[in-house]
Design a protein around this ligand. Sequence first.
Ligand SMILES: NC(=O)c1ccc[n+]([C@@H]2O[C@H](COP(=O)([O-])OP(=O)(O)OC[C@H]3O[C@@H](n4cnc5c(N)ncnc54)[C@H](OP(=O)(O)O)[C@@H]3O)[C@@H](O)[C@H]2O)c1
Length: 312
Amino acid sequence: MKKNDVILIAGGHGVAGSAIQRLLLSKGYSNVLSPTHNELDLSSQEEVEALFRAHKPKYVLYTAAKMGSITYRNSHPAELLLENLLMQTNVIRCAHKFNVEKLLFMSSDFIYPEIQDRPMTEADFLSGLPSSRDFPYSLAKITGVKLCDYYREEYGDQFFTVVPCAFFGIDSSFDLERANVVASMIHRMHDAKTTNAKEFVLWGTGKPVKEFLFSDDVASACVLLMEQRSVEGLYNIGSGSGGTSIRELANTIKEVIDYRGQIVCDISKPDGIMRRVTDSSRIRALGWRPKYDLRTAIQVTYNQFQKYIQKI
Ligand SMILES: NC(=O)c1ccc[n+]([C@@H]2O[C@H](COP(=O)([O-])OP(=O)(O)OC[C@H]3O[C@@H](n4cnc5c(N)ncnc54)[C@H](OP(=O)(O)O)[C@@H]3O)[C@@H](O)[C@H]2O)c1
């Protein structure tokens, strides 16, 4: 990528997209396009095509997604599948039509089947069905991966996929309806601290293990891949720490926030998948390593949360 090439981040105002934009700008890329949702509705074929026609991006990173709250996801499977399919298909199709040099499609580890006894590798893709939880979202992401593969197979397009684990960062939503596990736990534990609650309740046993990354580390992996001469297929982006249990996550947040109450587990609530860990050897072989340990990442995110809470 040359420093003045036009680079489009579709979904560039989300957690990953903003981190990628900051990194690209700090590295001297001067032509980064990052329209907001209001400026460009990715589910509109006309709008996406008009943007590609007007700006002719040479490189594209797709980091958008429609997720919503759990209630929304459970009650709107058709909309969720359709919206994600429309957005990603519009962008991938235009990237081909307008001769984009390289496209990164941000998928999710939800594309993999449930493998709990070992880290999931890229070869596990489509070796089984993903969990029925959030199936419409997984299905859209699976389709995006295959569409990129097929464009490469049929036309030689350099379209590839990254598969990040759960991540969070300074642009995370702390709105409890939308927040992911880390942002939501930061918000709820901060509330427990300010109300002097004696207990903070974790759903389930606290034993499920997941990987967590800071958004800037996900961004550095994406930019590293965009700067490679040749990329193809899938690249897992995981912490490489072997995972963190929900209990450990809660303890780390407790330390950062300095919450003095007790963390208790409500074992009447379900645990969900007990272990979701990926093998990131493929991207590590290219030299990528996460820079942020979990505690530092939580500290930076908590600092941001404090600014957020002052504003509302
Ligand atoms: N966060 C994670 O833990 C995680 C883990 C694995 C994979 N992923 C994937 O990684 C990518 C980035 O995740 P993220 O957490 O950064 O997501 P995010 O913060 O929710 O950002 C997604 C962005 O997409 C935008 N968007 C949604 N619908 C749109 C539309 N119709 N037109 C234009 N923009 C639209 C959103 O705008 P509005 O907010 O205005 O709607 C938002 O800025 C996503 O593809 C996600 O599926 C995320």
